[in-house]
Design a protein around this ligand. Structure first.
Ligand code: NAP
Length: 328
């Protein structure tokens, strides 16, 4: 194993990131580089390779499903971080077919990554998952020991988690990160939500008094970097203060500088059953384990502050918005 000795010395590690060009990865790669790690990242196109190089990472073109090529690419690395996902766009979120691509990335991709990491003698594996695996807990706080729900749309994340645990059972340090509902610049869904909010359309999915646990992508990135030092296990990656869906919609509207004239689909979304259950259930998730294990703390304690910062960033990117300053 490569990582134990080097981690103990507190020096930068050699880290391979799959999914480093995505919503979280786009922030995680620079966060890792900034902390002194040497980062290699999977690039699927020349454009993505150039973007990674601009972030001072070394791009590598390799298939997520090719075990031997992955093992060759992983050799010499202390840790592999798997952030590869293919969540359907909002317009296709209810389509079972659209989720099949994500399932392949999560089920077959995570298995190949673990097999290759073991073959290459990598010591640490960090696997992305989601906190929407927990059962609806109403207003109760949810920690990592809370029961999870094996609903059909969760199968990809459940398989990815099982592969990370298999890595630990084989002698490595397997870490599962259960992210909250992430948002921020670079997260396509949240950019779409923001644009809707600018048009006075508020989205409340599920009962307005149910909880949503969120995480700004910049904070998700620093959490990823922090977990290079944790023991094996599962960690929630959420901000400090989960909001109710009503409060979340208000935070978004305030950041967009608008008031919602229309809200949807609220309680009606519950009728979609399994297909929307990851968004309709009430989850007030705690980040205490991660904070205690690593000293990590989110820069944005709740979506209220995070959405204000997101609005400013999106405005700079040319997505029309003028956030109100009087409520900050
Ligand atoms: N947990 C949540 O909070 C949550 C829930 C629902 C939706 N969302 C939203 O869903 C949107 C999409 O999220 P996402 O994380 O799926 O996409 P993403 O942000 O585009 O990131 C996915 C990453 O995985 C990589 N990838 C995808 N398929 C791959 C494959 N076959 N082989 C290797 N790498 C592969 C992508 O590479 P490329 O860059 O080459 O494509 C990218 O680096 C986000 O914008 C987010 O807002 C988030």
């Amino acid at each position: 194993m490569n990582d134990a000795r080097r981690e103990g010395q507190g020096s930068g590690m050699k880290v391979f990131v799959a999914g480093g060009t995505g919503a979280i990865g786009g922030h995680a790669v620079p966060a890792l580089v900034e902390q002194g790690h040497a980062v290699t990242a999977l690039a699927r196109t020349p454009e993505k390779a150039a973007a990674l190089a601009a972030q001072h990472a070394t791009p590598v073109s390799v298939s997520l499903f090719d075990r031997s090529a992955l093992a060759a690419a992983f050799t010499g690395h202390d840790a592999v971080i798997n952030l590869a996902t293919a969540i359907p766009p909002m317009t296709r979120f209810l389509s079972v077919k659209a989720w099949q691509i994500n399932d392949r990335v999560r089920i077959e991709g995570s298995a190949a990554v673990v097999d290759a990491a073991l073959a290459a003698g990598v010591g640490r594996l960090v696997q992305e998952s989601v906190s929407m695996l927990y059962r609806d807990q109403g207003a109760r706080w949810v920690d990592e020991d809370a029961p999870i729900d094996r609903y059909p749309m969760a199968r990809g994340n459940l398989a990815a988690e099982a592969n990370a645990h298999r890595f630990s059972q084989a002698g490595g340090t397997g870490v599962v990160l259960r992210f909250g509902w992430f948002y921020g610049p670079g997260a396509a869904h949240s950019e779409q939500l923001f644009t809707l909010a600018r048009r006075h359309l508020g989205l409340v999915v599920g009962p307005p008094d149910s909880y949503v646990s969120s995480i700004h992508v910049a904070d998700a990135a620093t959490a990823v970097a922090a977990t290079l030092q944790t023991p094996a296990g599962t960690f929630n990656v959420v901000d400090d203060e989960p909001l109710t869906k009503r409060e979340y919609a208000q935070a978004l509207a305030r950041a967009a500088g608008t008031a919602a004239w229309l809200r949807g689909p609220g309680r009606a979304a519950v009728l979609s059953g399994d297909r929307l259950t990851s968004l309709t259930r009430s989850l007030r998730v705690s980040n205490a384990r991660l904070r205690t294990a690593t000293g990590w703390a989110p820069r944005y304690p709740s979506a209220r502050e995070g959405w204000i910062a997101t609005a400013t960033a999106l405005t700079h990117r040319g997505i029309a918005a003028r956030p109100r300053t009087d409520d900050r």
